[in-house]
Design a protein around this ligand. Structure first.
Ligand code: FMN
Length: 174
């Protein structure tokens, strides 16, 4: 099974990147997983669709080649960060060629507040459903108070979250 991770934060010490890395570290045998780089995408501009940027073409190919996509989103002002929305906009184009269509997508998120980016996650699920993705409704994956769950090197230290990742992999590999 080929899995692609997309992280909605460009921050070096991002909790969401650390969470995605924990998914990589705990992946079961038989799963290959890479994490996409969305930092090189230009701002979406419909004028640029005629000469689709290479970075956006590469991301589309990564999504289209994956069996499962995991997206880890921060919550910015109760929604997804602009960089993630920008990536989703590129992936949704050209019209009729949404790369998420028919793809199994699992949404997770971490925030420093208590609600684990839940409002951003629900906004994200709405966008993905519009793109005809197969969005997992369960398990839900809200990592709240993220500052207490990772060490200074960004390693996940919270056992309950580690266990939740293990059971999520069980569902994803069914
Ligand atoms: C512009 C901005 C808006 C934010 N809005 C929210 C919010 O609505 N809800 C929330 O729980 N945290 C919010 N935060 C705090 C984030 O949870 C925190 O910065 C988190 O570490 C971002 O994820 P990252 O560590 O993966 O970069 C916001 C942070 C920024 C920079």
């Amino acid at each position: 099974m080929n899995v692609l991770g997309i992280v909605g934060s460009l921050r070096k010490q991002s909790f969401n990147r650390s969470l995605m890395t924990a998914f990589v570290n705990q992946k079961p045998e038989g799963v290959t997983m890479e994490i996409a780089d969305i930092s090189t995408l230009p701002f979406f501009n419909e004028d640029d669709e005629v000469s689709f940027p290479q970075s956006a073409q590469n991301l589309k190919a990564q999504v289209e080649n994956a069996d499962v996509i995991i997206i880890a989103t921060p919550e910015y002002n109760r929604s997804v960060p602009g960089v993630l929305k920008n990536a989703i906009d590129w992936l949704s184009r050209p019209y009729g060629k949404n790369s998420f269509s028919g793809k199994k997508v699992f949404v997770v998120g971490a925030s420093v507040g208590p609600i684990g980016a839940s409002m951003a996650q629900y906004d994200l699920k709405k966008m993905l459903l519009h793109g005809n993705a197969t969005v997992l409704g369960q398990p839900e994956f809200f990592v709240g108070v993220a500052g207490n769950k990772f060490n200074e090197s960004g390693e996940l230290t919270d056992e309950a979250t580690q266990d939740h990742i293990t059971s999520a992999w069980g569902v994803l590999t069914q």
